[in-house]
Design a binder for this molecule. Structure first.
Ligand SMILES: [Zn+2]
Length: 329
């Protein structure tokens, strides 16, 4: 590969899609964000992404760079061999059967590799972020849903169908509430952003005395994990309990992953991770309550480092590595 080799990284989101040019060392040279407008037909969404990508490539190729491949991280399920979508749960239009890899390869005239969005973040954190010096790592991303990824022997482990790391769907309450996946009592139904908000709303409806009410000025639509964190930092007992519950469930689920993987490091990311140290403390307590085979105090539980660029860095890096392995191209 020439010195000025670049890779196009795409991070498809329900609201916005990020498109960026990334070098082999994970540096983002330029990024752009376009509205996904996910209610439209998949053809239109893919068309816009390709246009944006082509424009970025053109500008950099004029300056002597060469773009070798593109990677796209998607929030859903797909066939890892063919790059055909099965399900994008948060997209209103039908993506089942969409040959995403084929469409993008045609429009971009580049080899394309498809990856799940959280596996993409995991790969980015492993190569260039919090996990760059460890050999094994588990990532948990807490946001609207809960996703994850696993690194073993220095490599992203995706499993037979690419589902390794779906730790939002570990059962934490055997007879618990129904999850979107069909199971009962999944972690995601108890510790995701919406699950935390639902607990806060319940407390408000029950007229519990809580600072959350003052912070949102009685406008319940303004309750979000950030507001809950703010109330907790001021010592509000309702907010503290919500964070403690979420952290404890996350710790419980991580204890299952830890006995299988025995990772050197757990990386916590996603919007809800911005709640910060209070959440991390309860995750540690939850883990310590359940995990006796491995000394919890020796396990590094750290924040993700790459922030909002992680998705494009990971998908570009996935494309680079797939190209080097001869899987695409
Ligand atoms: Zn589930």
């Amino acid at each position: 590969m020439v010195a000025k080799a670049l890779f196009l990284g795409i991070d498809l989101g329900g609201t916005n899609t990020k498109v960026a040019l990334v070098d082999k060392d994970g540096h983002v040279l330029e990024r752009s964000v376009i509205p996904t407008r996910a209610m439209r037909k998949p053809e239109k969404v893919v068309e816009d992404i390709a246009q944006e990508g082509l424009e970025l490539c053109r500008r950099f190729e004029e300056r002597g760079f060469k773009v070798w491949a593109a990677g796209i991280g998607i929030p859903g399920l797909f066939d890892w061999e063919s790059g055909v979508c099965h399900l994008l749960p948060n997209f209103p239009s039908k993506w089942k059967g969409v040959p995403l890899k084929e469409w993008l390869e045609e429009k971009l005239s580049l080899p394309v590799a498809v990856i799940n969005d959280v596996r993409s973040i995991t790969l980015a954190e492993k190569r260039f972020g919090a996990g760059r010096d460890v050999n094994s790592m588990v990532m948990v991303a807490i946001g609207t849903g809960i996703g994850g990824g696993v690194v073993v022997n220095g490599q992203l482990y995706i499993g037979k169908d690419g589902s390794a790391g779906e730790l939002g769907h570990i059962t934490v309450e055997p007879r618990g509430i129904r999850c979107g996946c069909g199971n009962r009592g999944c972690l995601e139904a108890y510790a995701s952003g919406p699950a935390m908000v639902a607990q806060a709303l319940r407390a408000l409806v029950q007229q519990n005395d809580t600072l959350i009410r003052d912070l949102v000025g009685d406008d319940l639509s303004r309750v979000n994990p950030k507001v809950i964190a703010e109330a907790a930092q001021k010592g509000d007992s309702v907010a503290l309990e919500i964070i403690e519950n979420a952290g404890s469930y996350i710790g419980q689920a991580l204890s299952c992953v830890c006995v299988v993987v025995n990772p050197e490091m757990i990386v916590v990311g996603g919007g809800v991770a911005l709640v910060g140290e209070l959440l991390f403390q309860s995750v540690r307590r939850g883990l310590a309550q359940r995990l006796f085979m491995i000394p919890v105090e020796k396990m590094h539980i750290v924040s993700a480092q790459l922030g909002i660029d992680a998705g494009v860095i990971g998908s570009a890096t996935w494309a680079k590595e797939r190209l080097e392995e001869g899987v695409i191209g």
